[in-house]
Design a protein around this ligand. Structure first.
Ligand SMILES: CCCCC/C=C/C(=O)SCCNC(=O)CCNC(=O)[C@H](O)C(C)(C)COP(=O)(O)OP(=O)(O)OC[C@H]1O[C@@H](n2cnc3c(N)ncnc32)[C@H](O)[C@@H]1OP(=O)(O)O
Ligand SMILES: NC(=O)C1=CN([C@@H]2O[C@H](COP(=O)(O)OP(=O)(O)OC[C@H]3O[C@@H](n4cnc5c(N)ncnc54)[C@H](OP(=O)(O)O)[C@@H]3O)[C@@H](O)[C@H]2O)C=CC1
Length: 301
């Protein structure tokens, strides 16, 4: 039998960090794509200093793209730039930009467009949430998640589209969301924001088609990354049991899907949502941390 192409370590191995792929992994992971697939392609990836965004930045650079990454923490961006430079010899552009600030987003997109001659693909990957029962959300907590995942993504989408329209240039937006079809206990804020992004995307995929702008979403299931630090150890032990493959995805699973969508092979895909969750949506619990307590016998009904 063939060896699995994707490195999928044992999620029960207590000696592993449980926080995703290392830079060495990202430099060496095998890919199905030819090495010049994205020669001349320009890609802006938000949240590119860690997790899935970092994997996308590595893979796009390995395939020949000119890449920019943004995030709020300069050290993470610089470290990613240096690691990619060392692995590929390519220069990654870094922007210390908070996507919640529309003026900063406007300046970043203008600068990267000017420097490169124009962006081809914008990947809105920056985001996050914290697990909490909705009834206990503070106003500040609710606003933080909505402002990042919905508003921040929208400022990026709108600014890129305006620039493409004024330049008369085609463009493509890929929004990283989550699989929110059945809702997700302890993540109502993110479900609200991601559902907003999915339906924004489906709407503007139609509105913006005359400008030659396509918009698609990717909904990851449980993907092991640095972002797992936000979740309690007890919940993490159950995350891989949420899908019938009994596995965690890794950042490469998502990065390769992004490269496919960015490639000419996907030129006719528009307004779609692609789920990468090992079948969790078909047969699995929506909240990977497990069933809420009240399902236990004797708990509140
Ligand atoms: C949904 C489950 C799917 C399964 C697995 C999915 C995993 C992932 O998606 S992991 C990858 C994503 N990465 C992250 O989620 C990174 C960590 N998250 C964040 O950075 C934050 O959640 C953020 C996205 C909201 C960042 O906003 P920021 O303004 O930087 O947040 P603050 O830390 O300043 O907090 C503002 C406010 O939010 C409330 N809050 C934050 N953390 C918690 C928490 N753990 N529990 C309860 N409430 C929290 C709180 O009201 C904060 O205000 P203060 O109390 O004044 O600090
Ligand atoms: N891992 C998983 O299982 C799943 C993840 N997702 C989503 O996929 C995306 C990537 O997640 P993942 O790689 O796992 O997690 P990470 O936490 O590693 O990545 C999130 C990135 O977003 C950046 N970011 C957060 N807020 C902002 C902001 N306001 N402006 C600019 N950048 C910001 C962070 O950098 P900094 O803090 O320095 O700004 C960080 O680099 C996220 O949107 C996440 O919610 C969805 C479903 C499942």
């Amino acid at each position: 039998m063939n060896e699995p192409r994707i490195f999928r370590p044992d999620p029960d191995d207590p000696t592993r960090s449980q926080r995703g792929l290392t830079e060495q992994d990202l430099a060496a992971m095998p890919t199905v794509f030819r090495s010049d697939l994205l020669d001349g392609h320009v890609m802006l990836i938000s949240g590119g200093g860690s997790g899935m965004g970092k994997a996308m930045a590595f893979l796009a650079s390995r395939l020949g793209a000119t890449v920019a990454i943004c995030g709020r923490t300069a050290e993470k961006l610089d470290r990613t730039r240096d690691a990619i430079g060392e692995a590929t010899g390519r220069t990654v552009h870094c922007y210390t930009t908070n996507i919640r600030e529309p003026e900063a987003v406007e300046a970043m997109i203008a600068d990267f467009s000017d420097v490169t001659g124009g962006i081809d693909t914008l990947v809105n990957n920056a985001g996050g949430q914290f697990p909490q029962d909705a009834i206990d959300f503070t106003r500040k907590g609710w606003n933080a998640v909505i402002d990042t995942n919905l508003n921040g993504t929208w400022w990026m989408m709108q600014e890129a589209a305006r620039r493409w329209r004024s330049d008369g240039r085609k463009g493509h937006i890929i929004n990283i969301v989550a699989n929110v079809e059945r809702g997700m206990p302890q993540a109502a804020h993110t479900c609200a924001a991601r559902a907003g992004v999915i339906y924004l995307s489906k709407t503007v995929a139609t509105e913006w088609a005359p400008h030659d702008i396509r918009v698609n979403c990717i909904g990851p299931g449980v993907i092991e990354t640095e972002g797992f630090a936000m979740y309690p150890e007890e919940a993490l032990k159950r995350f891989h049991k949420a899908n019938p493959m009994k596995a965690r995805g890794n950042a490469w699973d998502v990065a390769e899907q992004v490269m496919y969508l960015a490639s000419p092979a996907a030129d006719f895909i528009n307004g779609d949502l692609i789920i990468i969750d090992g079948g969790q949506a078909q047969w699995g619990v929506v909240w990977p941390g497990g069933m809420p307590d009240y399902f236990d016998e004797g708990g509140a009904a």
